[in-house]
Design a protein around this ligand. Structure first.
Ligand code: AMP
Length: 511
């Protein structure tokens, strides 16, 4: 059982860009690790690599805040594998990386394989959704490095197949995500099976108070590395919002994909069933797409990612399972069909485009019911998201969100209770309008106006997202919003000053 460790208030904090080495050769890596760097085609270390690698080589614990796409995987794998011993037959692992999703595990494995080719280590991946037997066999054969998701790792610990008593280095990857996903008890359990003398490296998109409070007992006097600041979206991502009605979203999505191109696009939605339904609808409109979410098997998820990367399908429809960490280069743009309820998720979602200095852009559909979630995002980023300037001809529905052009991220937003009340009112108003439309039609007339599947006009065949407990959404007319000043609707807004047009940077050109 690991003894309790704690962070130390006097832990050094390294913030990026400040006097960091600019060459891999100056970080203290051995020739074989440098050969791996060269194999992977990296020319210069990213800030998180320049800050982390010397600290990890020195054997200290590290807590690093680094956004995805910053090169954090190599930041922890290069120095750890460089100084890791080799397990004897039937022994190990000597190093353990715990990460929240299978996709992240696959991505870590890819970098590990490149480095292990030079260092001679063996790596085993333990994730759910696939058979236990090959994983058991690999563990019994002995391995140096294990990359695992928490659930499967706990299963294999419980069955006696995985023994963590020789772990010298433990990496907790995407720690904030693991906390969000409710993995804290699993994390604690896993850590308790490793020796107290281990080196612990914790990587997280942010080192929020919540993350620090929950993980401080897992690290010992760590060096803190702060690369990303809360709410920092990559500067290469241009962002727009499309104020819209609830019922118009699905047709508008098809309109946007036709207008801006339906290749290399990721559409984020709230909810697994909704992702499937959106896909069905897009296919009907002749748009090749694939869903990716937690209900899909490991093979289905891997196949969707592969087909997307190969260009076989142009559009991935994803829930937030994909939002963090997955590296798909050249994503043309991201559409948030639903505003995420967690503002941090927005940063991760749009971070799928504009990676590694490429240009990218993101469009967020927002209904009256989603206004406060949108305002939370603007508050987190400290800036307003401009209205999409090319909405002309895109159906926005009868009661789109009306954004106050004078809003500022510093505005006080309604508290939890007040917000719930307002959102409920808006939802009820929307439902009342729908009921009115239905009641105003004779059964025959209504039937005649139904779509091929019996959908009423203005009623989406795509099921709306299931409201989360305590976060139910509603919709109201704009008149119900006392602070609405000059309406800034998408249709009326001109091209924002000084901004390039989404179509100017490849959307149309890619079609
Ligand atoms: P990660 O943050 O680990 O998911 O890495 C994001 C992307 O950056 C991956 O495609 C890596 O291959 C790439 N990458 C990592 N380190 C470097 C580097 N030093 N130079 C160029 N690309 C890198």
């Amino acid at each position: 059982m690991a003894k309790r460790r704690s962070t130390n208030a006097s832990s050094p904090i390294i913030t990026a860009e400040k006097d960091l080495p600019t060459r891999f050769e100056d970080l203290g890596l051995s020739d074989r690790a440098l050969a791996a760097v060269s194999d992977m085609g990296y020319e210069a270390p990213t800030p998180v690599q320049a800050a982390s690698i010397p600290a990890v080589l020195a054997g200290t614990d590290v807590m690093a805040a680094a956004q995805t796409g910053t090169g954090k995987t190599a930041a922890f794998l290069l120095p750890t594998l460089d100084r890791l011993g080799h397990a004897r037959h039937g022994q190990g692992p000597l190093m353990l990386v715990v990460t929240p999703t299978r996709e992240l595990a696959a991505q870590i494995e890819e970098v590990a394989t490149a480095i292990c080719a030079r260092t001679g280590h063996t790596a085993t991946v333990l994730v759910g959704g696939v058979s236990y037997e090959p994983q058991r066999a690999a563990l019994h054969k002995g391995c140096d490095l294990v990359v695992a998701t928490p659930g499967r790792l706990i299963d294999l610990i419980n069955s006696g197949d995985c023994n963590l008593s020789q772990v010298e280095t433990l990496v907790l990857d995407e720690a904030d995500r693991m906390l969000d996903m409710g993995f804290l008890p699993d994390m604690r359990r896993i850590v308790s099976k490793t020796p107290a003398s281990r080196q612990t490296l914790l990587f997280s998109a942010t080192l929020s108070d919540d993350v620090l409070d929950n993980t401080k007992s897992l690290v010992n006097n760590p060096v803190r590395i702060e690369i990303a600041h809360k709410g920092t979206a990559a500067e290469t991502i241009e962002q727009f919002v499309l104020p819209i009605s609830h019922e118009a979203k699905n047709d508008a999505l098809i309109g946007i994909l036709h207008r801006e191109g339906a290749e290399r696009v990721i559409v984020f939605v709230r909810g697994k069933h909704r992702a499937d339904a959106v896909c069905r609808r897009l296919r009907k409109a002749g748009i090749e797409c694939a869903p990716i979410h937690g209900n899909r098997s490991q093979n289905q998820r891997a196949s969707a990612l592969r087909r997307f990367a190969d260009g076989e399908v142009g559009v991935l429809v994803a829930t937030d399972v994909l939002a963090r960490g997955i590296d798909i280069p050249n994503v043309a743009y991201v559409v948030n069909l639903d505003v995420p309820s967690d503002a941090e998720d927005y940063i991760h979602r749009i971070g799928r485009t504009g990676r590694a200095g490429e240009f990218g852009w993101a469009l967020t559909f927002a209904t009256p019911e989603e206004e406060f979630d949108l305002r939370d995002i603007e508050q987190l980023m400290g800036k307003n998201i401009p209205v999409y300037p090319r909405a002309q001809g895109i159906p926005l529905g009868e009661n789109p969100l009306v954004l106050d052009p004078n809003r500022t991220p510093a505005d006080r937003l309604p508290g939890k209770k007040e917000r719930k009340k307002l959102v409920d009112e808006r939802r009820e108003a929307r439902m009342a309008r729908t009921a009115e439309i239905v009641a105003s039609r004779s059964p025959r007339g209504a039937q005649a106006q139904r779509g091929p599947k019996g959908n009423r006009p203005g009623e989406s065949p795509i099921p709306p997202e299931k409201p989360k407990a305590g976060r139910r959404r509603g919709k109201a007319t704009t008149q119900q919003r006392p602070h609405a000043k000059k309406p800034e609707t998408a249709g009326r807004a001109g091209r924002p000053q000084g901004r390039r047009h989404p179509g100017d940077h490849g959307g149309m050109g890619r079609r």
